[in-house]
Design a protein around this ligand. Structure first.
Ligand SMILES: Cc1cc2nc3c(=O)[nH]c(=O)nc-3n(C[C@H](O)[C@H](O)[C@H](O)COP(=O)(O)O)c2cc1C
Length: 305
């Protein structure tokens, strides 16, 4: 235990700085920039039972202050991950979060079962992917289905379970409460916001699937409010994300109620951003004489008053 240790309801991180699924691959490219042991956790690219090639291109668009992506869960499949990526990630003193996905509730159960006896520290149940035809975000917008998916996962594993929520809902608190009631250990949010771009010359949507998910600094104020709202609604810990690009952003999320934060799109802009955020949080705490990171969690949230 040190002053940066955080406990996500059974998952202990050395520090609260993690990286978001789909923006860090399996860590290999980033390991050339820094020692991955400096991260509290790595959430790997979204995994499915079988390998997937993802959606046809174009599938990523740059916008002012962000990206719209419709990658569509391109990944080598869970078996490849177990055989080739877990051993690599285990070389580092960081927690491995397996981001799991499915077309239907059975798939989520099978993914949970398959990873149950493998060397991962947590399962992040992605019920918020906007870029797939079946499952994904549809599950995260209905509290009953969200509840059922989480129940099915928990019936098939004793692992720590995080549920990743979509912001594309009317009331996030209802969904957050449903997954807490189903037994989730923690919540991560937000996934991307539905968005699109139209080419004024061809007069057609640019992305092959027409809509995608907006991420990056553009969404930070919106994501922050989602974390703030969820913190007031549930007791389980939150991993906050959405547009974080520096330590000030990260501290805002912690003050809103996040026990840990994840850096996503900004990894593409500055591959060192996660470690710079760690250093910035440390300086902020030292400058203010704050002994442990835990003292900061939710400090700005009305739940505290
Ligand atoms: C290219 C790309 C791929 C992503 N793939 C996944 C994924 O496989 N699983 C998942 O749960 N989230 C995925 N996300 C969402 C991110 O993990 C994160 O929730 C979102 O981008 C908001 O954080 P950010 O603004 O810091 O990027 C992806 C995001 C991007 C930009």
């Amino acid at each position: 235990m040190n002053r940066f240790t955080v406990d996500l309801n059974g998952l202990i991180l050395n520090n609260p700085v993690t990286v978001a699924s789909g923006t860090f691959g399996f860590g290999r490219e980033f390991s050339e920039f820094y020692d991955l042991s400096r991260l509290g956790a790595i959430s790997v690219k979204g995994l499915t039972l079988e390998e997937r090639l993802g959606n046809p291109s174009p599938r990523i668009i740059e916008t002012k202050q962000g990206l719209i992506n419709s990658v569509g869960l391109q990944n080598p499949g869970v078996e490849y991950f177990i055989k080739h990526e877990i051993p690599f990630l285990r070389e580092f003193d960081t927690k491995i979060i397996a981001n799991i996905n499915g077309d239907n509730i059975d798939d989520y159960g099978k993914m949970a079962q398959r990873l149950s006896y493998e060397d991962v520290d947590s399962l992040e149940v992605n019920i918020s992917c906007p870029n797939v035809k079946n499952g994904g975000m549809l599950f995260g917008t209905d509290p009953d289905i969200a509840y059922q998916v989480v129940k099915r996962v928990l019936e098939n594993t004793d692992k720590h379970v995080i549920v990743k929520l979509t912001p594309n809902v009317t009331d996030i608190k209802v969904i957050a409460k449903a997954v807490e009631e189903a037994g989730a250990n923690a919540i991560s949010l937000v996934n991307t916001f539905s968005g699109m771009k139209i080419d004024i010359h061809s007069q057609k949507p640019v992305l092959d699937r027409k809509i995608g998910g907006l991420s990056g600094p553009a969404i930070k104020p919106l994501a922050l409010k989602f974390v703030y709202d969820v913190y007031s609604a549930v007791k389980i810990p939150i991993i906050g994300m959405g547009g974080i690009s520096n330590s000030e952003d990260a501290i805002e999320f912690i003050l809103a109620g996040a026990s840990a934060i994840a850096v996503g799109t900004y990894n593409f802009v500055n591959p060192l951003v996660a470690v710079e955020i760690y250093d910035g949080i440390e300086k902020y705490m030292t400058d203010r004489g704050i002994a442990t990171i835990k003292e900061l969690i939710g400090l700005a949230n009305y739940k505290k008053y």
